[in-house]
Design a protein around this ligand. Sequence first.
Ligand SMILES: Nc1ncnc2c1ncn2[C@@H]1O[C@H](COP(=O)(O)OP(=O)(O)OP(=O)(O)O)[C@@H](O)[C@H]1O
Ligand SMILES: [Mg+2]
Length: 252
Amino acid sequence: MLSEAVVVDGLTVAYERIVALEDVSFKVFRGSITAVVGPNGSGKSSLFKALVGQVKPRRGVIKILGLDVSDARGKIAYVPQREEVYWDYPLTVWDVVAMGRIRNVGYLRSVKKNDEKVLAALEKTGLKELMHRKISELSGGQQQRAFIARAIAQEAEIYLLDEPLTGIDAESEDRLFDILSEMRRIGKTVIMTTHDLSSTFEFFDNILLLRNRVIAFGSPEKVLTAENLASAYGSERVAMHLTDVGRVAGWR
Ligand SMILES: Nc1ncnc2c1ncn2[C@@H]1O[C@H](COP(=O)(O)OP(=O)(O)OP(=O)(O)O)[C@@H](O)[C@H]1O
Ligand SMILES: [Mg+2]
């Protein structure tokens, strides 16, 4: 039986007078991969922050694996958008990834140097050789991978990745998609935002197209129509371009 990983019903998020999300409803099932797409300022990051309890909804209900947000924290791994991370930590790559284990073992100091989950996450993301380097001294793409490795080490059920493709090279992108496929295979749920409509869409089970409200939600074929894209991006030209991308990728 399909079970619900995330259920959002009538969600409204506002920062004083700016309404980031209005009356947003959707649900995703366990073991699915969902892309959240929409123009800058369409509320994608605000949605993730609401799902992890970093912003309090003005209205609406969120259930994570049937739990309230405050009871579900250990089940969600969240990799924020790059610009929102303070990178200048005096921490090594290993430390950052080991932070994913704190919930299981108590303190960073009590994570063993040979902790298998940490080492496996470093291996998966191709960071094993860099594990003793300071996080602040890595390239942008490597830093991004370290945060993804931390999410993997956390062994959450649900992964929220905010623009994980931004600023990473083609090889890292391939590697990320391999990791995501593996996650889906073992029944994890992934929700990620992206501005890259070209290479990735065949990969997703669902697309949530946002412009502060839900423009469309469902399979890529259903969501990525010229009308929907024009409503989301507010420009026929952008929509035409994106639909062309869809045609090249073979959706229509
Ligand atoms: N802390 C904040 N205080 C006030 N307004 C905010 C805050 N964070 C976001 N907003 C506003 O809420 C709206 C949604 O922002 P959000 O960051 O969720 O968009 P986004 O879809 O993630 O955009 P991007 O593609 O640029 O990352 C925007 O109008 C933004 O200016
Ligand atoms: Mg954002």
